[in-house]
Design a protein around this ligand. Structure first.
Ligand code: COA
Length: 200
């Protein structure tokens, strides 16, 4: 059993709290600069983000914040032991790799030889198929589907229900709006929407 502290105390942090508890690990609480009191069930805010230093010898940490920029900033500011949260109902292939500090939510599927970077979010029912390569701080939103051998660059956000065709690359710093279908590689940072996805 591992002792875990979640950085952030919003809705995303609550979902991670549920995963930690259901994984049989011990949730100590949350760190947040703007909130106090109870966050989820009996678990509450223990202090500010800076207080991670105080707890670092006794717990592992995971950043429960949706913003990739915030996850990147906090992960670079503090040298902590990062906890990787995988919901017991997620299906993770034996050959798949999930980087430290990442979260895999309920019903997600990560297929053979897929590789997920550090501090990524694979959200509820998202599907990452064989041989995909996701860099760091990527967020794949609920119900999104990455077909086989898709590559996604740092900080990119794939919106809810998006489909990315097989063998496609999406570069770093892209947002793909919910419901889009990505059928050609995206090579410039920006926001892309629609079927087929085009720059907004
Ligand atoms: C694409 C997105 C980032 C654009 O947000 P935004 O920059 O605030 O854009 P706006 O809402 O001002 O919309 C601008 C235009 O794009 C259109 N648009 C916005 N999102 C769209 C989408 N997903 N698909 C198609 N068109 C979209 C709007 O209708 C609007 O069109 P108009 O100018 O003709 O009225 C956002 O709408 C989106 O889809 N985010 C992802 C949400 C998501 O998946 N969340 C999961 C969280 S776990």
């Amino acid at each position: 059993m591992r002792d875990v502290i979640i950085i952030g105390a919003g809705g995303h942090a609550k979902v991670i709290a549920d995963i930690v508890i259901k994984s049989g690990d011990r949730l100590l609480g949350f760190l947040d600069d703007g909130k106090s009191g109870t966050v989820f069930e009996q678990y509450s805010v223990l202090g500010t983000v800076e207080d991670a230093e105080k707890y670092k010898s006794e717990a592992e940490f995971i950043i429960g914040i949706g913003s990739a920029a915030a996850r990147k900033n906090i992960s670079e500011r503090f040298a902590l032991k990062w906890y990787t949260a995988v919901h017991p109902s997620a299906t993770v292939s034996l050959g798949a790799e999930i980087g430290c500090g990442s979260t895999v939510m309920a019903g997600a599927v990560i297929n053979a030889d897929a590789k997920i970077g550090r501090h990524c979010i694979i959200n509820t029912r998202a599907s990452i198929d064989h041989d995909c390569r996701l860099s760091d701080f990527v967020h794949v939103s609920p119900g999104a589907t990455l077909c086989g051998t898709v590559t996604v660059g740092d900080n990119t956000h794939i919106g809810a229900g998006v489909t990315v065709k097989n063998n496609i690359s999406v570069c770093a710093d892209v947002t793909v709006g919910c419901g889009a279908a990505v059928v050609k590689s995206i090579t410039s940072p920006g926001t892309y929407v629609g079927i087929p996805a085009r720059e907004l």
